[in-house]
Design a protein. Structure first.
Length: 203
């Protein structure tokens, strides 16, 4: 998993509440178990019309936000079914951070396991960042996970908090497998001792 330390990029405004996982990545795209390739179908039903043409009014289709790496959204983001494809699609598009007043629990947890930083802030602060995001290409925001500070395009800053364990995992690029591999030496030692003391188990 890619480390998350400091991210500077364009923030895209998505002022919608209750954005569920089917809106993030519709069910017809869940057939794959690959994490790559889903970005083109992120927010598919909002980004494209029935003929597959881009909807010019959708924020991520507008030139200023096509390469956004930060998403500022409404409350209860990621609700609905517990599909891990939702953070996969965001990440494959290029979104590394989602800022909202609140998140659905399973989506929130899945973000950390896939290298995305979800930040929950009071509505007033999200509104400020939403205004910044509406500036388009000038909406450059920096998210510093080490210092736990968001810096807006005018230099104003907002502090946020992340669970220390989850912060450690993101800073070091550790998913569940990575956390296990940190204990590789201890696991190897245990298996060697087990094979020595109970050789019939290794037969």
């Amino acid at each position: 998993m890619e480390k998350f330390t400091k991210l500077t990029g364009v923030a895209a405004p998505l002022p919608l509440i209750n954005v569920d996982t089917d809106m993030i990545i519709p069910k017809q795209f869940l057939k794959t178990i690959q994490r790559s390739g889903l970005g083109k179908n992120l927010f598919d039903e909002m980004r494209y019309d029935a003929d597959g043409n881009e909807n010019p009014d959708f924020v991520l289709n507008k030139p200023a936000w096509r390469k956004a790496t930060i998403l500022v959204a409404g409350e209860n983001f990621g609700c609905g079914s517990s599909r891990e494809h939702a953070p996969w699609a965001l990440l494959d598009f290029g979104i590394r951070c989602v800022i909202a007043p609140s998140f659905a629990d399973i989506f929130f947890n899945n973000c950390f396991k896939n290298g995305i930083l979800p930040i929950a802030l009071p509505q007033e602060q999200v509104d400020m960042l939403m205004d910044d995001a509406r500036r388009g290409a000038n909406a450059v925001v920096t998210v510093d996970l080490e210092k736990q500070v968001i810096t807006g395009p005018d230099g104003g800053s907002i502090s946020f908090e992340v669970d220390p364990f989850r912060r450690h995992c993101l800073l070091n690029g550790l998913d569940d497998i990575g956390l296990t591999m940190e204990k590789a030496a201890a696991i190897d030692s245990f298996e060697a001792k087990l094979a020595s003391s109970r050789p019939w188990l290794a037969a």
